[in-house]
Design a protein around this ligand. Structure first.
Ligand code: PAF
Length: 254
C-alpha cells in the first residue's frame, strides 16, 4: 500500500518514528503523468533503498508559458495505481500553499548552465526547477534522489546545486527510456496528435545520426519542426523542437 502524505510536518513525524528512523530513503520527484521513463527511476529507487518516496507536484513556477501549465497532462488515478504496483511506500502530494508559503519570494538562481540551451528559450524555468527541488529535498531528506538523463541539463543543475549548498543527498542519473521507435519518453508525448507522434520520431533519429548540428537543424526545419536549438556541449548533443503545440527535448552522448 502506498501511503499519501500531504504536508512536510506529517512526513517529518513519520520519518522520525521508530518504524522509519535509520532507514535509507530513496526519492523520485515528479510532476505526475507517469510513464515508463518514471517507472525505471522508481524501480531503481525501490530496489536500492529501505523506503521509497515519490512526489507528485505540478510546479507552476517552472512553466514560463501559462498555456503549457494549463495543458500539462494530469493523470492522478493512473499514476497512483502505478505507484502501488511498483510498491512505492509513500507518495508526497502537497498543494501549492504547502510548497510556496513564501509565494516564491525566495528562490534559487544559477547563473551559467541555466542560461543556455533550454534556459535561453524558457526564461526563469530553471529557477523554478531548482527552487522546488531544493524545497522537496529539504522536506524529504532522502539519502538518494533519482533524475532522468532525458532532462540532462536539469540533472546537471540539480547535482551542482546540491554540491554548492552541501546537501547531504546522492543525486543518481538514470538513462533515458525510449519508445520502441526511439522517441524519448516524456509526459508531453501524451499531448501529440497521432500524425504528430509519427513525425516526432524523426527528431530523435536525426539527433542520434552522425550529421552535423547545423545539418540536423536544417533537415528538421524542412520537415516542419520549429527548432529552438541543436547544440553539442561536453560530449553530448542536445536538441529542442516544437511540433504543433508540443515542445520536445532530447539529448544523446556523442
Ligand atoms: O523533471 C520533472 O518532472 C520536474 O522538473 C521536477 C524535477 C519534478 C521538478 O518539478
Amino acid at each position: 500500500m502506498t501511503e499519501i502524505i500531504k504536508t512536510a510536518s506529517e512526513w517529518k513525524q513519520l520519518k522520525k518514528s521508530d518504524a522509519h528512523k535509520e532507514k535509507k530513503i530513496g526519492f523520485v520527484p515528479t510532476m505526475g503523468a507517469l510513464h515508463a521513463g518514471h517507472s525505471s527511476l522508481i524501480e531503481k529507487c525501490v530496489k536500492e533503498n529501505d523506503l521509497s518516496v515519490v512526489s507528485i507536484f505540478v510546479n507552476p513556477i517552472q512553466f514560463n508559458d501559462p498555456k503549457d501549465l494549463l495543458n500539462y497532462p494530469r493523470t492522478f488515478e493512473k499514476d497512483f495505481r502505478m505507484l502501488e504496483d511498483l510498491k512505492v511506500d509513500f507518495l508526497f502530494y502537497p498543494d501549492y500553499k504547502e510548497i510556496y508559503s513564501d509565494n516564491f519570494k525566495y528562490r534559487v538562481i544559477e547563473n551559467e548552465l541555466s542560461k543556455i540551451l533550454c534556459g535561453e528559450y524558457r526564461p526563469g524555468h530553471f529557477d523554478g526547477v531548482l527552487t522546488v527541488v531544493l524545497k522537496l529535498l529539504n522536506i524529504i531528506r532522502a539519502d538518494r534522489a533519482y533524475f532522468g538523463e532525458k532532462d540532462y541539463q536539469q540533472y546537471k543543475l540539480i547535482d551542482g546545486m546540491c554540491r554548492a549548498f552541501f546537501l547531504d543527498v546522492e543525486i543518481i542519473p538514470c538513462p533515458t527510456v525510449r519508445e520502441d521507435d526511439g522517441l524519448a519518453m516524456s509526459s508531453r508525448n501524451l499531448l501529440l496528435k497521432s500524425e504528430e507522434r509519427e513525425h516526432a520520431v524523426k527528431f530523435s533519429k536525426l539527433l542520434q545520426s552522425n550529421k552535423l548540428p547545423q545539418q540536423i537543424k536544417a533537415e528538421l526545419e524542412n520537415l516542419g519542426f520549429k527548432v529552438d536549438y541543436i547544440e553539442e556541449i561536453d560530449g553530448r548533443r542536445f536538441g529542442a523542437v516544437h511540433l504543433g503545440k508540443v515542445r520536445l527535448i532530447d539529448n544523446v552522448k556523442i
